[in-house]
Design a protein around this ligand. Sequence first.
Ligand code: SAH
Ligand code: SF4
Length: 426
Amino acid sequence: MVCKPCLTDSNVFIQQSSPYLIMSKIHTIDPSASPASTSKTQNNQQKTNLLGLSKQQLIDFFADIGEKKFRATQVMKWIYQYGVDDFFAMSNLSKKLQAKLDKVACITPPNVKFKQFSDDGTRKWVFEVTGGSLVETVLIPADDNKQFGRKTLCISSQVGCALDCSFCSTGKQGFERDLTASEIIGQLWVANQSYMTDVPISERENRVTNVVMMGMGEPLLNYRPVVASMSLMLDDHAFGMSKRRVTLSTSGVVPRMYQLAKDIDVALAISLHAPNDELRNELVPINKKYPLADLIEAAKSYVYETNPRHKKHVTIEYVMLAGVNDTDEHAHQLATLLDGLPSKINLIPFNPFPHAPYGRSSNNRIHAFSNILNQAGFVCTIRQTRGDDIDAACGQLVGQVADRTRRSQKWQEAVKKRQQQTSTLG
Ligand code: SAH
Ligand code: SF4
């Protein structure tokens, strides 16, 4: 991920994140400059962080401090539905319990390093998680940006990613660490909280309507914290979101897809990006371990097993790389591959980043590709990309700040070598 140089020169700057997003006129605030936030974090280090605990863990916590079970659901509602992090504001708890909780527990989301609110409704947070790594979260409103319209939050599950897909800037950073459940659910908590400032507690309302696990990292490789966080998203005492509005995106960790079907019912997206094994091995290296036939089988099983009585589908994500995976032949191959799998296809115009060895397919090519799939009977949408004028890769901001791996350097050298070879041949 790559930070634009303009980051340092103003507190209002242009920035882009996520594969399909641009923010213009973003107002950046650096809350870490506040001494109050630092001392609060220090004070909380000895306490149990209730954010991210499952209902059962919360029940156990209250049992441990000699309190009744129903306190767990009471406190859950305060935390997730009203965005309250101060026990003294939880008015249906006795004064004694408020003080007790304040001594032993805290509600602490990851530390916000920057937040950027665009005039077009887009909001972005860069979190500094324990250990100093940076991760990001982006909120994308529907085009009409209505107050209570659709608002989709793109959440990160890991710092960096080990899977090294060749078109992805996160992969170029290498893998640093998994996020904890509190760091994952904390991203949603902070996003919702940002709508609650200055609103009386009784009138507070969660605004994020949809969550996609499409930020940094491969969610199925951080399985337990991701499933725990998604359970809190669905839990009626926590965020109470509809299961159709929580989507996990995976590059194809096949055994975990079977496990997921058993553990939780959420929408599934698969980052496919190639219609045959040879090409997918190059673009999405995990394909060498779990080839397409196994992946499609697992996807079918997910659709039919999680909820056999309801018609469900998976979303197929397909990044459009000029001259690489975007020919008519590739579209026909894709249609054949997906035959028999209830699916919707989402074409993603590639977002280039410095030294990326790919270019974005032209609009004409993307539409021609989409038409072939439509004619073959698929619902195929093209992800809207805003901001061709700015470097446009998934999570650009964090990259230059956090890129401490040697992998990125090695990769850039390899790209340079390839370019030199091409120019010698030419
Ligand atoms: N690891 C998971 C989720 C995070 S990536 C996965 O791979 O599905 C989220 C989506 O962004 C994936 O579909 C990924 O392929 C896509 N993506 C990554 N880099 C991109 C880029 N440079 N341009 C367009 N889409 C990109
Ligand atoms: Fe990891 Fe997903 Fe990027 Fe691949 S596309 S490197 S799996 S984050």
